[in-house]
Design a protein around this ligand. Structure first.
Ligand code: NAD
Ligand code: UDP
Length: 387
């Protein structure tokens, strides 16, 4: 662990205690790893699961053993939450239902998880004068203005019609029966509530809007470390297809566009927010990589090539198939057309820039997927030998 570390203004960084809710998830596991390896801070890690941070909790001889504690609790109904927030200098809230397959099929759970369950966290931080970093989403922007222009309009090429800016872009969601937007709407309302707590009651807050952070430990591989019928986010869906030598499914032709950022780059941004409160408080930050834009179809093609390289297996004859969103996600699905983050605010406040190209981040992530799951998939799919 480094000593004598200074913040962006040259002040010595003092060790703090962080209450991290949702620490056992994808982002939480990487953030805990970073905090343990490179900082002196303590973490009270709160989650209902700890599989993804087990390697940080055991054995007790680990160099950071006295700086991380796991508290298994569900923030929906546990009176220990306020005590943990009070013990900490900073609370980071990552807890959420955040897989699109749930938004239209479990809209009540989605709204409760992303709005109602976050309310006590905001309230305890505000009442106890504690700083809060809350994880929202790029989905609060919804669709781009450009999506409503005629297909052949030259304005579609104008960044004013698609680049997403924290302080000026509108939030454009579909109609209520498009339940996809239950998540984005709940996240938007909690953002507004946090902002209002800041304005009226002086809550010190930072809101993070992740733009498709991807990397090792994201979600689960259906039938291996998650339910067989489960539908994770696109990285794990496509990884699962590649591992099983099945065609990758392109929802509605895979025309939607996304920018992907490597989890390790994104974690650097969060660490800057943690350690530079004077620069981060009161801000909403886009965190993404505008240089890594692809259509979902291009992502599928690139992942197929990268997977061949890292696994040494040739790709299958029909690497992709088209599937309708109704078939794949069910009634009420809708999609964000394009997501390019504006980086002005995070650049100005924290000087952060992403570094890793899409090819490189897929190479390290798919190497991990292959190493972690290929054997288990082989075992699960091999037929018993006839006696
Ligand atoms: P994740 O599902 O891997 O992690 C969320 C964690 O929260 C899980 O470990 C889950 O068990 C925990 N949790 C949920 N409800 C809980 C409860 N009631 N009590 C205790 N723990 C609970 O998701 P992630 O990708 O790590 O995302 C973290 C946050 O970032 C979420 O708020 C999500 O909306 C936001 N986000 C992430 C991305 C991304 O690219 N990964 C994009 C947009 C937004
Ligand atoms: N998608 C796809 N095939 C899959 C899984 C997802 O075509 O097997 C598409 C999905 O429709 C969306 C994009 O990939 O357009 C990204 O989906 P993800 O679940 O990662 O979340 P989102 O970026 O929409 O929040």
């Amino acid at each position: 662990m480094a000593t004598g570390r200074v913040d962006l203004d040259g002040n010595t960084i003092k060790p703090i205690t962080i209450c991290m809710i949702g620490a056992g998830g994808f982002i939480g596991s990487h953030l805990c790893e970073k905090l343990m390896a490179d900082t002196p801070h303590k973490v009270l890690a709160v989650d209902v699961y700890n599989d993804k941070i087990k390697h940080l909790l055991e054995p007790s001889s680990l160099p950071w053993a006295d700086r991380i504690q796991f508290h298994r609790l569900n923030i929906k109904n546990d009176s220990r939450l306020e005590g943990l927030i009070r013990m900490a200098d900073l609370t980071i809230n990552l807890a959420a239902i955040c897989t699109p397959a749930d938004y239209n099929t479990r809209p009540l759970d989605t709204i409760y998880s992303n709005f109602i369950d976050a309310l006590p966290v905001v309230k305890y931080c505000s009442e106890n004068g504690k700083r809060l970093i809350h994880f929202s989403t790029c989905e609060v922007y919804g669709k781009t203005i450009g999506a409503f222009l005629p297909k052949d309009s030259p304005l579609r090429q104008d960044p004013n019609y698609y680049v997403l800016k924290e302080d000026s872009s509108p939030c454009i969601f579909g109609s209520i029966e498009k339940q996809r937007w239950s998540y984005a709407c709940a996240k938007q309302l909690i953002e507004r509530l946090i902002y209002a707590e800041g304005a009226e009651n002086g809550l010190e807050f930072t809101i993070v809007r992740p733009f498709n952070w991807i990397g090792p430990r994201m979600d689960f591989i259906p039938g291996i470390d998650g339910p067989s019928e489960g539908v994770p986010r696109v990285l794990a869906c496509f990884s699962n297809n590649l591992l099983r030598r099945e065609p990758l499914k392109l929802v509605d032709g895979g025309q939607s566009q996304r920018t992907f950022v490597y989890i390790k780059d994104a974690i650097e941004a969060v660490l800057l927010m943690i350690e530079n409160p004077a620069r981060a408080n009161g801000h909403i930050f886009n965190v993404g990589n505008p240089n890594n834009e692809v259509t979902v179809r291009q992502l599928a093609e690139m992942m197929t090539q990268v997977y061949s390289k890292v696994s040494g297996e040739s790709s299958i004859e029909t690497p992709t198939i088209d599937v309708s969103s109704k078939e794949f996600y069910g009634e009420g699905y809708d999609d964000s057309d394009k997501r390019i983050p504006d980086m002005t605010i995070i650049n100005r406040q924290l000087g952060w820039n992403p570094k890793t190209s899409l090819w490189d981040l897929l190479e390290s992530t798919l190497t991990y997927q292959h190493r972690t799951y290929a054997e288990a998939i082989k075992k699960a799919t091999s037929k018993p030998v006839a006696s």
